[in-house]
Design a protein around this ligand. Sequence first.
Ligand SMILES: CC(C)(COP(=O)(O)OP(=O)(O)OC[C@H]1O[C@@H](n2cnc3c(N)ncnc32)[C@H](O)[C@@H]1OP(=O)(O)O)[C@@H](O)C(=O)NCCC(=O)NCCS
Length: 216
Amino acid sequence: MPVCYKIEKENFKLGLWRLDEASGQIFSMFANIATEKELLETEKFKNPARKAEWMASRLLLHELAGKLVHVEYNDDGKPFVAGNEFALSISHTKGMVAVIIAKTKAGIDIEMLSERVMAIQDKFIGQSEKTQLSIGSDIKTILLYWSAKETLYKIEGNRGIDFKKDLLIEPFQIGNHGEISGIVNLRDRIDKYHLYYFFYSPSGERTVYLIVYYFC
Ligand SMILES: CC(C)(COP(=O)(O)OP(=O)(O)OC[C@H]1O[C@@H](n2cnc3c(N)ncnc32)[C@H](O)[C@@H]1OP(=O)(O)O)[C@@H](O)C(=O)NCCC(=O)NCCS
């Protein structure tokens, strides 16, 4: 079953799609729900893994929305559905795709737990956040900072956002799942968002994924 995890609430729906099917199989599943235009769009992908992720995100969206919806993008690359009937957000990482739909605003990010994030933490953790982090903070904490900022970026959708200066994550105690607060501090306004997160491993696997999401 490609959809390996689902949350369905009144205000939002979230799904994870495990990309373990053969690429021919996912293409035929996609061809069943795709428009002519979407089938043509798949031809732009040179990388087969990226193409499979793109098709899986549409299949997952179809499953969550319960009907065919066509995704478009604004000039910043932020996805929206025709008529803005609901908000959506998409994320993918190796082998997994995550999609959230919500009434008015949505953001989602999925990351595979790996120590790669430790080497780039100075690029997205600001000075005030550093003082709240204990020296040698663990990979999960640093990954949560990164993923939460990616989620804030996607809610806003504004290409000009500076991860270090404009986005701030408030101090938190990490668990297997939980809630954290993120602040977007732009020149004309300050917005605070209540984000949710959980760590997830597909059954029978050791790979750990972090999912951060927002809905309203
Ligand atoms: C756009 C960005 C958020 C994508 O994140 P990513 O980790 O590369 O990829 P993800 O799989 O999580 O997300 C990709 C999805 O983001 C969505 N997306 C792209 N631009 C977006 C925007 N401006 N707003 C909201 N969502 C956006 C798209 O739906 C895309 O999926 P799709 O192409 O299949 O539709 C990220 O690359 C980015 O540009 N960040 C801001 C700048 C930056 O890199 N700062 C680094 C500071 S160290």
